[in-house]
Ligand binder design. Structure first.
Ligand code: FPP
Length: 248
């Protein structure tokens, strides 16, 4: 696939490249419905769009890409759809692990992995181990993830440290809290993209998106291409980020 793109050239000329892009991948079901297909067919097409987004992030020079693939609430979907999504995840890992490693992508899976099947968990551990140390892009895939559960977990971990006498409550500040989240060590997302036109955060990275710029596109996730990523980054580069202060 070609990497030449006028949008890519343009966004690279800017000094404000987002270090961390997070994406709520939405619209797989509607994409399938529009074509008279079953929902899992939409997820299958969605997995191809994941490849596109990763390639696009690599070409654009984004350092961290965090994708919302499966929420804790998604466990309430029909079992057949859950099975299809988990099979897709395992296939994606089987097919992509080598290429991801070759391209210097370091993969981490964030969420409550105790709810995953043994084979899905093994696949996750395999790809994390195989890609450790990749320096081109950190790819975080949120699976069985809920931001509120992540925040509760962080609070519990801090409370445990206090109970063990390792920490005094006065020392709990933003940094101490962030250090207990799954995303510890990564910068907060500069840009949050949501596909399919929905204007919701849907329990995704609630702490981390405090100052993220939000880009909502009507494109359904399976139709999302690297050009859509570049368009979102270009729009981001026009934003005036004030972080609660006044403009420079
Ligand atoms: C939202 O669409 C999408 C999901 C719940 C699953 C996302 C999964 C993938 C893109 C594929 C597998 C992932 C990887 C990392 C290989 P929806 O089903 O909520 O769509 P709808 O709102 O139109 O019903």
């Amino acid at each position: 696939m070609t990497i030449s793109s006028s949008r890519l050239d343009e966004l690279r000329r800017s000094t404000s490249l987002p270090k961390h892009v997070a994406i709520i991948m939405d619209g797989n079901g509607r994409w399938a419905l529009e074509r008279g297909l079953e929902r899992p067919a939409g997820h299958k097409a969605g997995a191809d769009a994941v490849r596109e987004a990763v390639e696009g992030a690599l070409h654009a020079g984004v350092r961290v890409l965090t994708l919302f693939a499966f929420s804790q609430e998604n466990w309430q979907r029909p079992q057949a759809e859950i099975d299809a999504l988990m099979a897709l995840l395992e296939n994606y890992i089987a097919e992509e692990a080598e290429a991801l490693q070759r391209e210097g992508v370091s993969v981490r899976v964030l969420g409550d992995l105790t709810l995953l099947s043994a084979s899905a968990r093994a696949a996750v551990e395999r790809v994390e181990a195989a890609t450790t140390g990749g320096t081109s892009l950190d790819l975080n895939v949120c699976i069985s993830y809920s931001a509120r559960a992540e925040i509760v977990r962080a609070a519990r971990r801090l409370a445990e440290r206090v109970a063990r006498g390792e920490l005094v409550p006065d020392r709990i500040d933003d940094a101490a809290f962030a250090a207990e989240l799954y995303t510890a060590g990564w910068p907060d997302p500069d840009l949050l993209i949501r596909t399919s036109g929905e204007m919701r955060i849907s329990n995704f990275l609630l702490w981390q998106v405090a100052y993220s710029e939000i880009h909502v596109t009507p494109v359904l996730w399976p139709d999302f291409t690297r050009e859509d990523l570049y368009a979102a980054i270009l729009e981001f580069q026009q934003r005036d980020r004030r972080f609660g202060r006044v403009s420079a």
